[in-house]
Ligand binder design. Structure first.
Ligand SMILES: O=C(O)c1c[nH]c2c(Br)cccc2c1=O
Length: 459
């Protein structure tokens, strides 16, 4: 049905990829009625009769979050997994004083500058368990006028006790999800680990790509970050022959320090991982890397205006050290999804044919373009150092019975009448104008007013 009327119809229409964007206030309904979910849709009784939930995230407004649950679910046990320490940890716990159903789990962050970026919902119903892996903070403005992504699992049924089958899928979704959650080594997560073990996730078609802080060596080196991506592409990726001229695309809402030049990390180890193909990890330098990141004018003309930039924390100090990135930048454009003015907080990566009609793989994740998120090889490649917790899911054609590549589109109308994977932005990407610059959140923009007639003075 091109115009689904119920949450369930919307969910069914988006299968088998089950990749949605968040609803955006202020754009035509036709861009919100299909392939888009609001947080209230996710938590609605139509999705399942909630028994308990677990919310992994970076930023929380607990009062607002509780209002997103239907009233009958607001007293169900809720575990909040966060990365706050000290005073901000106390402040977060202070927000939950009125709610005696809320417990906390502090993810340990033992490496400097690491953060708990992971955004994931574990939703336990009376008839099974659903996982949502997404990109939105649990604050109102992350669900208002931004482009955010989410993968919504089916309801995984309970394993029949007698079944010896451990309930995993061909993509080892369950094994990888358990390995990720076990890496927290947090006693508050034990009951959720036990619950995951008891459910049948054999229908999961996506691959988990997560990051946990640490200096990972030997077998662990390929469990996380861009080395997990490299391993998955080496085993399940496209043939070198098929994609040898295909560009790689990174799309994100913040950028870390890339080092002194593109050879330091971006176009060496990171690009090598994105460019890995079945049984071959060489990537020819002529494979283009295109980076989609909001420009100053993207932000100025957005629905939120300059304040959208408050969630695009790229600093002038970091930008100044890496002007080589300017050759890679492309605009945020999402005419197909009606979201050109809904600034991206989604992070996604893919490899597509130049004309944008096919993709070899697609990832939606919490991970921005940073060594902290994806990891940096150290000790001559013997260890992968990751600072932050991240999680995302990877779509590979072979697990969706698609040949070697996905047909893709950015037009929901086309997606609804074919089985094409629907992307969040327009392809091919559009280079910045000569004079445009990447958005930086810590410098003033006084010369031109934004959508709401305001200027930006971040002091
Ligand atoms: O992973 C995320 O969601 C985010 C991480 N860091 C942020 C900073 Br620093 C400032 C403003 C927004 C964000 C943000 O949204």
């Amino acid at each position: 049905a091109i115009n689904p009327q119920t949450i369930n119809e919307k969910f069914l229409q988006a299968q088998p990829y089950s990749f949605f964007l968040t609803k955006v206030s202020g754009i035509s309904d036709k861009y919100n009625n299909t392939y888009a979910m609001d947080i209230k849709d996710l938590l609605s009784p139509s999705m399942g009769n909630l028994v308990a939930s677990c919310q992994f995230n970076f930023m929380f407004d607990i009062g607002w979050l509780m209002k997103q649950y239907p009233s009958q679910f607001r007293t169900k046990p809720l575990l909040i997994v966060h990365g706050e320490q000290g005073a901000s940890k106390n402040a977060l716990q202070g927000q939950a004083i009125p709610y005696n159903n809320i417990k906390f789990c502090q993810a340990k962050l033992e490496i400097m500058y690491g953060t708990h970026h992971t955004k994931m919902m574990l939703l336990l119903y009376d008839n099974g368990l659903r996982i949502v892996i997404h990109t939105s903070n649990l604050i109102q403005q992350d669900w208002h006028q931004k482009t955010q992504g989410m993968w919504i699992s089916p309801i995984f049924p309970k394993l029949s006790d007698i079944s010896k089958d451990k309930g995993d899928s061909v993509t080892n979704f369950k094994r990888d999800l358990l390995e990720y959650i076990q890496a927290y080594k947090a006693h508050q997560l034990k009951e959720w680990i036990d619950l995951i073990m008891k459910h049948d996730m054999s229908s999961a078609k996506v691959v988990v790509v997560g990051s946990v802080p640490g200096r990972h060596v030997d077998r662990s080196k390929s469990l996380w970050g861009h080395m997990k991506l490299r391993k998955v592409l080496y085993e399940h990726g496209p043939s070198q022959e098929t994609v040898k001229t295909w560009p790689m695309i990174g799309q994100f809402s913040s950028i870390g320090s890339m080092g002194p030049n593109k050879e330091n990390w971006l176009c060496s180890e990171w690009k090598q991982s994105l460019g890995t193909t079945k049984s071959s990890s060489m990537v020819s330098s002529n494979n283009r890397l295109m980076l989609i990141f909001p420009s100053r004018h993207n932000v100025r003309l957005s629905l939120e205006g300059y304040p959208a930039g408050g969630s695009i924390p790229y600093t002038a100090k970091t930008a100044q050290k890496q002007l080589f990135l300017n050759d890679f930048f492309h605009l945020w454009k999402s005419e197909g999804r009606g979201r050109t003015r809904a600034m991206p907080h989604i992070k996604s990566y893919c490899r597509t044919i130049q004309d944008g009609s096919k993709a070899a793989w697609f990832i939606v994740t919490s991970a921005n373009l940073s060594k902290a998120a994806w990891g940096a090889l150290e000790k001559k490649g013997a260890q992968l150092m990751i600072r932050s917790y991240e999680i995302g899911v990877m779509f590979l054609p072979k697990f969706f019975e698609e040949g070697e590549v996905f047909p893709i589109t950015s037009d929901p109308g086309i997606a609804s009448t074919t089985n094409k994977l629907l992307l969040p932005y327009d392809l091919p990407p559009t280079l910045y104008d000569k004079k445009d610059r990447p958005w930086m959140w810590d410098i003033p923009y006084m010369d031109l007013p934004d959508t709401n007639g305001n200027v930006w003075c971040p002091f």
